[in-house]
Design a binder for this molecule. Structure first.
Ligand SMILES: C[S@@+](CC[C@H](N)C(=O)[O-])C[C@H]1O[C@@H](n2cnc3c(N)ncnc32)[C@H](O)[C@@H]1O
Ligand SMILES: [Zn+2]
Length: 274
């Protein structure tokens, strides 16, 4: 089973120490945090926070609503051109890749064709479960999924040859913290590719879909779409609209090099190296 491969590579998202995999949970050998395993998917969301992780869980549940319509005709994952632009930067077929905020795995599945092994992580269990099902359906065996927050990745330092994060940086409460975490797990010389929104906000993405929805969808699809839409509107964190200069500045400050970018309207695709 895929989880067996994964056993050797995940570490504690809290202290980065070794984990013991038991049947239904994972236990950190150092800080003793425990993490449940839900249908082959380890759940590394940290609950040892002031509010017991409630804020994180609340955010995650909004994306669970989105997962029900995600990669449907009404609400796509990253478009094919974006996936291609992000994954063409993979240099080592023999390497290991990570897709942060993988959603239903549209980028992770493409990465799996170009690199030896891929991990996909996302804050929403609904998303990673769907990602897992879709990878099984497509008989992709070199891939594992886990739930975690982008600010606390369950991987050791210097582990990945390639990291990607598509369509999510603008939705993170603290993009700099998440980027630092991606840098920590990336090997020196490794490449990070990001797709982030520049100017327009989520409404400009949703509104055309909403119009399209009216034409062709079943009542059930419309209900699911409206639920997902309202969950996104009620996200406790506003989407952050980056400027190019800001992203250049943040990545430089963290210590990334070689900023290269491409603008497709308000969509920015960029790569940096560690
Ligand atoms: C618009 S979707 C993008 C999904 C996928 N990367 C794609 O390109 O289709 C944004 C994703 O970010 C995830 N997400 C939001 N905040 C997160 C966080 N703090 N940590 C990890 N994932 C997060 C959501 O659950 C959602 O799956
Ligand atoms: Zn620990």
């Amino acid at each position: 089973m895929m989880i067996n491969n994964a056993r050797h590579s995940y570490v504690c998202p809290n202290c980065h120490s070794a984990l013991e995999f038991q049947t239904k949970q994972v236990v950190c050998q150092n800080c003793k945090n425990t993490f449940p395993i839900d249908e082959y998917i380890p759940d590394f969301l940290l609950t040892n926070q002031e509010d017991g992780g409630e804020k994180l869980k609340n955010r995650a549940s909004r994306f669970d609503d989105l997962s029900k319509v995600y990669e449907s005709s009404n609400w796509g994952g990253s478009p094919r051109i974006v996936v291609w632009l992000l994954t063409r930067k993979i240099r080592y077929k023999a390497g290991i890749g990570l897709d942060v905020a993988c959603g239903t795995g549209v980028v992770a599945r493409s990465m799996a064709k170009k690199i030896n092994y891929v991990y996909g992580v996302d804050i929403s269990m609904g998303m990673v479960q769907k990602a897992f099902d879709l990878s099984q359906k497509n008989t992709i065996n070199n891939i594992s999924f886990a739930r975690c927050d982008s600010e606390n990745l369950p991987f050791g330092d210097n582990f990945f040859d390639f990291v990607s994060c598509s369509g999510a940086l603008h939705a993170f409460p603290n993009a700099e913290k998440a980027l630092k975490e991606m840098q920590r797990v990336l090997k020196t010389g490794g490449v990070l590719t990001i797709m982030a929104l520049l100017q327009k906000n989520i409404h400009s993405v949703i509104d055309p879909t909403k119009r399209e929805l009216k034409k062709s969808s079943t009542d059930e699809e419309i209900i699911e779409f409206n639920k997902a839409h309202s969950s996104m509107e009620n996200l406790d964190v506003k989407l952050h609209r980056f400027t190019l200069a800001e992203l250049k500045m943040i990545t430089k400050k963290i210590g990334f090099n070689n900023f290269k970018y491409l603008k497709l309207g308000s969509v920015l695709i960029f790569s940096v190296e560690r």
